[in-house]
Design a protein around this ligand. Structure first.
Ligand code: HEC
Ligand code: HEC
Ligand code: HEC
Ligand code: HEC
Ligand code: HEC
Ligand code: HEC
Ligand code: HEC
Ligand code: HEC
Length: 435
């Protein structure tokens, strides 16, 4: 059969084959020309569209001396600032950078005195409310005290720190880690994240630019969860990973392109944001809750603590968070969710209390070295709550089942089992276990 077919096509078929090649060739040329035309038209129209979308650069014709010179020396800065809404509102380079000669931290520059890193006091001149809220939040001084302690604080800063109703004593173990690792490491670690609350030499607090990247200061950028993931990531606070696997995060990643990212603050609705980002739940004016820079304002628990307790003002805070949920979920459903998540916090608390009970006889007998983090049992005891206990709680509250389960509860159970063996070994070695 196959021989016959081959035979017949070898004969009269060769003419047909060259015809066929010619036809295919012609078709290919026609298709190629057609496609090229289509591509040209499409790319032409998109380049028109993107040119229209591009925000106007308010500094294009500026004769301001800083702008004129910096267009040459740092064109990137002038370009970024030019498209910001502050530049359109005629806020100038000087408004943030220029200070009097005797201002703390000023440097002489081209006949003026400038701050190379504008402090929060400069923003405060125009954004009083945001700065006041920020100062009362754990993104302010508590974040800095978390690694540096209170010693470096000025009297004024210490008074501010003590006026924050959500201050809790910094965890000594983690300060020990800061000491142990040393400045060569911690400058790139603890400090990179926790300097979000660092005081300036002029005593104003915090680094707004950690979320409002200079020099665009764009709302879209601050509202996107990627902004938070610089810090809210990793084994001890995986809020970013949890968000990614939550229904809210899925909605963001699959449909976020069409959300109204630059909508005016304080007026956001479900039409702008059909699902929440971190910012919507924790910052934005949404439903009956107003915009805030006080991140504690909507939280009912101290979840980061080894054993979580309710915050001062927990009930009011809870109402403010639930106001946000209520724009999309029914009130009874939210209440039921809160009851379940509260129960998850209590369950983790019980496990951490159990770990303390396992360690109590070891501590009482003085069987731990005086140094923190110098023997395996220190790490197991710490990871149990600091990584896995916390993660279990965060996963429950922010809809990340894999984090509640396999990166959370399961690891807590494993560490509890290991801790028991380690504690027993120590007690036995010291002859304190009876038989
Ligand atoms: C004649 C040109 C010129 C003018 C005018 C000028 N700058 Fe600069 N600026 C520079 C150059 C060049 C540098 C980089 C200096 C360096 O690398 O040491 C710089 C650096 C800076 C820095 C960083 C300083 C540091 O120590 O880190 C700031 C902030 C700054 N300029 C702001 C301003 C502001 C605000 C104005 C207007 C009041 C201004 N500049 C006017 C040329 C200029
Ligand atoms: C809304 C406030 C604000 C305005 C307006 C502003 N800056 Fe800045 N600038 C900052 C902040 C915040 C930093 C970052 C400091 C840091 O991270 O340490 C900065 C840093 C800088 C630096 C030093 C850092 C670097 O990347 O080189 C230069 C230079 C600078 N700005 C120039 C300008 C110029 C020129 C203009 C006007 C076109 C301008 N700035 C407008 C807030 C502002
Ligand atoms: C001289 C006054 C002034 C100073 C100083 C100032 N701002 Fe602004 N800022 C404004 C005005 C006015 C707007 C409103 C622009 C608009 O909505 O059109 C604004 C808007 C903003 C926005 C919202 C942007 C948007 O697209 O709506 C952010 C974020 C912001 N400022 C951050 C800062 C930070 C951070 C600092 C300090 C580093 C600062 N501002 C310093 C006047 C100022
Ligand atoms: C990747 C950024 C990042 C790094 C690096 C980091 N932290 Fe944190 N830390 C955070 C975040 C985010 C929280 C808040 C967790 C929460 O509230 O759920 C936190 C919470 C804390 C807390 C509990 C809150 C408090 O004020 O008591 C302490 C203490 C702390 N960190 C100390 C440290 C120390 C010390 C280091 C370095 C050894 C360090 N952190 C490194 C981001 C970081
Ligand atoms: C942890 C991140 C974060 C930090 C740090 C931060 N902001 Fe914001 N900011 C946001 C978010 C998110 C929004 C958008 C809120 C919304 O969706 O309406 C915002 C909005 C703003 C706006 C516009 C609000 C309005 O009502 O028009 C201003 C102004 C502003 N921030 C100023 C500041 C200043 C000043 C600081 C420093 C004291 C600061 N921010 C620090 C996250 C941050
Ligand atoms: C530069 C690092 C950094 C960025 C960026 C950042 N955070 Fe934080 N955040 C921290 C640190 C550090 C803490 C813990 C402070 C403490 O308790 O000591 C914290 C704590 C919090 C808390 C708990 C506050 C409390 O009262 O316990 C919330 C909620 C929060 N951040 C939300 C956000 C959101 C939402 C964003 C993004 C819009 C964001 N953060 C961006 C570093 C950051
Ligand atoms: C659907 C709303 C929602 C979204 C989206 C959301 N969170 Fe949360 N978040 C919550 C709730 C609810 C809690 C726990 C509230 C309480 O304690 O009552 C919480 C707790 C936290 C805490 C713990 C504070 C503590 O006590 O230790 C941090 C930090 C935090 N969120 C940051 C983030 C970050 C970063 C993102 C985005 C990657 C995010 N959240 C996304 C609702 C949300
Ligand atoms: C802007 C709208 C919006 C807001 C605000 C919002 N959610 Fe959601 N939520 C959604 C959407 C959309 C889904 C996905 C629904 C689905 O799974 O089909 C969802 C899903 C959920 C789920 C998972 C439901 C399931 O069946 O698996 C939980 C739990 C949840 N949200 C809790 C909250 C809580 C708690 C808040 C407030 C802290 C909140 N949401 C705020 C829109 C919202």
């Amino acid at each position: 059969m196959s021989e016959n077919e081959n035979g017949s096509s070898n004969g009269s078929g060769s003419d047909w084959r060259s015809w066929r090649l010619l036809i295919i060739g012609l078709a290919a040329v026609i298709i190629f020309i057609g496609l090229t035309l289509v591509i040209l038209t499409v790319s032409d129209s998109t380049s028109v569209a993107s040119a229209e979308e591009k925000r106007v650069n308010a500094l294009t014709n500026s004769d301001d001396e800083c702008v004129v010179c910096h267009k040459r020396t740092t064109p990137g800065i002038v370009q970024q600032y030019g498209v910001s809404s502050m530049a359109s509102a005629e806020v100038s380079c000087q408004d943030c950078h220029e200070v009097a000669q005797d201002y703390p931290g000023s440097v002489e520059h081209e006949g003026a005195y400038v701050l190379s890193s504008p402090s929060t006091a400069m923003c405060e001149n125009c954004h009083t409310a945001e700065v006041a809220q920020y100062n009362q939040s754990r993104h302010g001084l508590p974040a800095y005290v978390a690694f540096a302690g209170t010693e470096p604080l000025s009297d004024e800063n210490l008074a501010l720190y003590q006026s924050i109703d959500e201050v809790t004593a910094p965890d000594l173990q983690r300060n020990a880690l800061y000491e142990l690792e040393g400045p060569a490491i911690t400058r790139f670690a603890c400090e990179d994240c926790h300097n979000i609350g660092r005081p300036h030499v002029d005593d104003s607090v915090g680094q707004c630019q950690k979320c409002h990247l200079r020099h665009e200061f764009s709302l879209e950028q601050a509202r996107k969860p990627e902004t938070c993931n610089h810090c809210h990531i990793g084994p001890d606070h995986p809020q970013w990973e949890i968000y990614q696997e939550s229904p809210h995060g899925i909605a963001y990643m699959t449909g976020g392109d069409s959300w109204n990212w630059e909508a005016e603050a304080g007026t956001l609705t479900v039409e702008d944001f059909p699902a929440p980002t971190c910012a919507i739940c924790h910052f934005s004016g949404f439903g009956a809750s107003g915009t805030t820079h006080d991140t504690g304002d909507r939280l009912s628990w101290f979840l980061f603590a080894p054993i979580s307790q309710k915050r001062p003002g927990a009930e009011g805070n809870k109402v403010r968070m639930q106001n946000v949920c209520q724009e999309c979920h029914n009130q009874n459903w939210i209440e039921a969710f809160y009851d379940d998540a509260d129960a998850a916090v209590e369950a983790v608390n019980d496990w951490v209390i159990e770990s303390d009970e396992i360690m109590a006889p070891v501590k009482e007998a003085g069987l731990l070295t005086s140094e923190a983090f110098d023997e395996p049992i220190d790490f197991t005891y710490f990871d149990l709550w600091h990584h896995w206990g916390r993660t279990t709680k965060f996963g429950a509250w922010m809809q990340g089942p894999d984090y509640t389960q396999w990166h959370g509860a399961y690891e807590v159970l494993r560490e509890l089992a290991e801790l028991k063996v380690m504690a027993t070994d120590k007690l036995e070695a010291a002859g304190l276990m009876g038989e």
